[in-house]
Design a protein around this ligand. Structure first.
Ligand SMILES: [Zn+2]
Length: 162
């Protein structure tokens, strides 16, 4: 009798991998972020990536980061992956869920995460740690008792042929 495989991917690798896969759907030329929300018993509840709301055409709305007219930048329109994942969920409550995201959530997403009852965040990059958005985000998450920790890359390479 053969024994079971031992080189299977961990839960963290699996769900962070799914978040990274979701990010590949983003049309944003500069920043691609993905989110995967998971239940306490390791079921994927929802996924999301950064993009414009439904009906807001990717070819008509701007993807620019800079313009004298802010209405000609992406910022007023783009929905972040975390909020999209929360809003995409139609199954009921996300109370107690864990959110995997490739980039630390901004303050606006932190509000949604807290109010949705999500209790744990596993994040990839924290490259905007010094920005007001991230500082405010951590302040709120700390106050609300949302646990967060950085994903530790294992160095495993996962190849998919599609
Ligand atoms: Zn955000």
């Amino acid at each position: 009798m053969s024994s079971k495989r031992t080189d299977y991917i961990t839960w963290d690798e699996y769900f962070m991998g799914v978040a990274e896969l979701a990010a590949m759907r983003s049309k944003d030329p500069n920043t691609q972020v993905g989110t995967c929300i998971v239940s306490g018993d390791h079921k994927i509840l929802s996924m999301g990536y950064n993009g414009f709301p439904r009906g807001c055409d990717d070819d008509e709305f701007p993807w620019n980061r800079e313009n004298d007219n802010r209405l000609m930048t992406k910022y007023p329109y783009v929905t972040h992956s975390e909020l999209n994942a929360i809003l995409n969920y139609r199954g009921g409550s996300l109370e107690g869920a864990t959110l995997y995201v490739s980039l630390f959530p901004c303050n606006e997403c932190a509000k949604a995460i807290i109010q949705a009852g999500i209790k744990t965040i596993v994040y990839g990059s924290d490259k905007y740690a010094e920005t007001e958005a991230t500082i405010a985000s951590k302040r709120m998450l700390n106050a609300a008792g949302v646990r967060y920790y950085q994903y530790q890359p294992t160095g495993r390479e996962i190849h998919l042929s599609v």
